[in-house]
Structure formats: structure tokens, C-alpha cells
Design a protein around this ligand. Sequence first.
Ligand SMILES: Nc1ncnc2c1ncn2[C@@H]1O[C@H](COP(=O)(O)OP(=O)(O)OP(=O)(O)O)[C@@H](O)[C@H]1O
Ligand SMILES: [Mg+2]
Length: 228
Amino acid sequence: MTDLTSRPPILRIEELRYSAANTLIFNGLNLNVHQGESVALCGPSGTGKTTLLTCILGLTRPDGGCVLVAGEDVTRLSKRRMAMHRRKHVGMVFQFGELLPELSPVENVALAALLAGQDRGSAYDSAKVLLDELGVPHGQTPTAYLSGGERQRTAVARALITDPPLILADEPTGALDQQSRDSVASVLFDLPRRRGCALVVVTHDGSVARRANRRLDLVAGRLAGAEA
Ligand SMILES: Nc1ncnc2c1ncn2[C@@H]1O[C@H](COP(=O)(O)OP(=O)(O)OP(=O)(O)O)[C@@H](O)[C@H]1O
Ligand SMILES: [Mg+2]
């Protein structure tokens, strides 16, 4: 197996500090994630897992430290440059998919590509190819009528359509039954191997976390576990 850590990390967080509502959330947190690897982020409710993802997305400005995504410190980018940087480098999968229910799966996925500047024809073609690959039927049916698992796989396709080197997922299987959970988890954890991207998954589910290369627990504002 190639040494994943021999390349520079796609995500590097150094000495992250952040307090909200007089509560210390990050207290000098460090994290390195390399392309081709998967990391499960675990920890009790309210410890700051979602907040950490929002820092990586550049939506929350920490009080100190840096968050390097593809070598760029996103804590120092303007909102506009951050949005452009994010579109190019990060794909996000939310717990409930956060898709537009009245649009078909193809439209939902193609929309992300159109927003990233792809032309209409290639956006729709790549959306269909991705949905096929992930086993989502793609007729004209509005996304609202799909099963939970199909919706979540559509959300994965939407995160992948721009081929980002970093995929983030916040409890992507939290709302699914066991069978859908296993199928969505398989799709997600196959990504680093198949596409060479990095994957960071927040999960409360031990069986999902066990699929990751590394499991880190957010405890007292830092990540505990093996740090590369
Ligand atoms: N902008 C904010 N203003 C005030 N409090 C905030 C803000 N952002 C986060 N918090 C608080 O920070 C803590 C961490 O929240 P966060 O949503 O990141 O937790 P979590 O680990 O994702 O929890 P869960 O597992 O329940 O999803 C919570 O106590 C939350 O209320
Ligand atoms: Mg959360």
C-alpha cells in the first residue's frame, strides 16, 4: 500500500481556537487529512463536530489558528474568494441531503455543476453518469419521492460532481435504516480508493466509524486518537 502521508495534506488544521456563547469549543485543535484517506470524527453531541466542518467550509471564522484547504488558509479568505475556493475543493453531504425536493435527482446534481461553471450539456451528462454509478434511478420523478437512501446517494453525487479533492459529510447516515445506512456508507468509504479524494465523516454510528482509516474523537476542544 502507498504511504498516504507522504503527500502534503489536503486539509491541515493547526492550533484551532474558537469560543461561542462563552463556551470554549476548540482549544488548540490539530488535524491533518491526506488525499486517499478517510477519517471518522466522533464525540458526544454538542462537542463541536458540525462547527469544525463549518470552519473547514469557511462559514465559521475561528478566533485563532489556521485551516488550510489545498494549501490555502480559508480563515483569511474574503467571503467571495472563499466561495470560489470551496466550490473547487470541497464537496459537502448533509444529514438530510438538503436537496431541492421538487427537482429530479439529475437536476439537483447538475445544478451543483452549473453553479461551478460547467456548461448545461456536460453538467446533465455527468450527473446521469454519477447517479448511475451510485445506483440512483434518474427519471423525471421529483427527489421528494425517492427513498431516504436514494436521496442520500443523490446528495453524495451532488458533492462529487465537481470532483473535489475533499469530501465532508455530517452524519450522512443518521436518518437512514440499517440497509440504506450500509449502502450509503459503502458508497462514501469507496470514494478515497476510487477517486483519490479525502473523506471526513462525522458520525455517531460505531459501525460507520469503523470503516474509516482513522477514527478521531472530539474531546475537550481537541481531537484524540492517532494523528498523522
Ligand atoms: N454560532 C454559535 N453561537 C452560539 N453557539 C454555538 C454556535 N455554533 C455552535 N454553537 C454551540 O457550540 C456547540 C457545538 O455545536 P455543534 O453543532 O458543532 O455540535 P455537534 O458536535 O455537531 O453536536 P451533534 O452531535 O448534536 O450534532 C453547541 O453547544 C452549540 O450550541
Ligand atoms: Mg452536529
